[in-house]
Design a protein around this ligand. Structure first.
Ligand code: AP5
Length: 209
């Protein structure tokens, strides 16, 4: 099963993807996670991507499409992938369709996790993430990860001004994908402004798990 998770920054894509992986064993590909690792490791990709990420702008399509072409060939993707944060532009969506059809794998659904912008600003400015296991939590978790005891940190792009720019970029460049996936009958919208477990129950029901 191949699923695109759509939604504004902070809608809960990473949170729901982690739960799908834990319970249903799908492969999770988050372009944001790949890019943050590249920045931390100071790879060529990381050096090119950093200034866009710091500003809350999109990394250029050609860099993202090249990294995804390589990632999608890896053996762990064969049983199905949750694409989290990709595609983000119509150019990326067309590229994903081409990649999947050349591998003879269908896209089963594009799930839109729908949350209002003002809810998102509050969520992202209080988000904290574990440096060790990647657990996504909030400032309420305190300085250590409730899952593994690792250090909880605040992402550099989660200050209010950058969050607001990310939301503008989402509206301009990524929101048009809603119509793109509606056009191919793949789109399912889920209300993401409910308890995490309630949203997850809806996600599972939609996907037939
Ligand atoms: P990326 O890492 O993809 O960030 P994003 O899309 O902005 O999404 P987030 O990770 O911020 O949010 P999320 O929806 O996963 O929410 P989460 O589950 O964490 O991208 C970062 C940057 O990389 C981009 O700005 C861009 O520069 C670049 N980039 C990445 N992909 C790219 C691409 N394809 N093309 C070009 N550039 C790209 O939840 C957020 C918070 O809310 C957490 O604290 C969580 O605990 C809480 N929460 C989650 N669900 C709920 C709920 N139901 N109720 C209450 N709280 C909740």
């Amino acid at each position: 099963m191949n699923i695109v998770l759509l939604g504004a920054p902070g809608a809960g894509k990473g949170t729901q993807a982690a739960k799908l992986v834990e319970k249903n064993g799908l492969c999770h590909i988050s372009t944001g996670d790949i890019l943050r690792a590249a920045v931390a490791n100071q790879t060529e990709l990381g050096q090119k991507a950093k200034r866009y990420m710091d500003a809350g702008e999109l990394v250029p399509d050609e860099l993202i499409i090249d990294l995804m072409k390589e990632r999608i060939q890896q053996p762990d993707t064969q049983a199905g992938v949750i694409f989290d944060g990709f595609p983000r532009t119509t150019t990326q969506a067309v590229a994903l369709d081409t990649m999947l059809s050349s591998l003879d794998r269908p896209l089963d659904a594009a799930l839109l996790i729908d949350v209002a912008p003002e809810v998102i600003v509050g969520r992202l400015t209080s988000r904290r993430t574990c440096r060790v296991c990647g657990y996504i939590g909030s400032v309420a978790d305190g300085p250590t990860c409730p899952k593994c005891g690792g250090e909880m940190y605040q992402r550099g792009d989660d200050d209010e001004a950058t969050v607001r720019n990310r939301l503008d970029v989402y509206q301009k460049s990524t929101a048009p994908l809603v119509d793109y996936y509606k056009g191919s009958d793949k789109l399912v919208a889920i209300d993401g402004d409910r308890d995490v477990e309630v949203v997850f129950a809806d996600v599972e029901k939609t996907l037939g798990f």
